[in-house]
Design a protein around this ligand. Structure first.
Ligand SMILES: [Zn+2]
Length: 111
């Protein structure tokens, strides 16, 4: 494929152009740290981190458990992440917009 920025031929699976350093390929925008609706055990926090850091979700869960057991702060961190991390939108668009502005709930007008 070609780099959108400098037009040079680059590897098909390349994420960054080797010539100009522009981010190309499937990873167009910065991924958002959010809790996916599928593949969740409790609140999807670990799955969200796994997706964000491109790790196996099981590895994240094991690390989190070890931290929770030995560090003590893991459980609290999970609760905080649960509250802070946004939930993945129900209908995830193919290319999520850079900024998601939540629409306020419409007042009930009756019918
Ligand atoms: Zn380039």
């Amino acid at each position: 494929m070609y780099c959108n920025y400098c037009g040079k031929v680059i590897q098909d699976d390349a994420n960054i152009c080797a010539y100009c350093g522009t981010r190309v390929g499937s990873v167009a925008g910065r991924r958002k740290l959010m809790r996916p609706r599928g593949d969740r055990k409790i609140a999807g926090v670990c799955a969200g981190f796994a997706e964000y850091f491109d790790l196996d979700v099981t590895v994240v869960r094991v690390i989190w458990l070890i931290v929770a057991i030995f560090g003590g702060g893991g459980f609290l961190a999970y609760i905080i992440a649960w509250i802070v991390m946004p939930e993945e939108p129900e209908y995830a668009p193919a290319a999520p917009p850079a900024t998601v502005s939540p629409t306020p709930p419409q007042p009930y007008r009756g019918s």
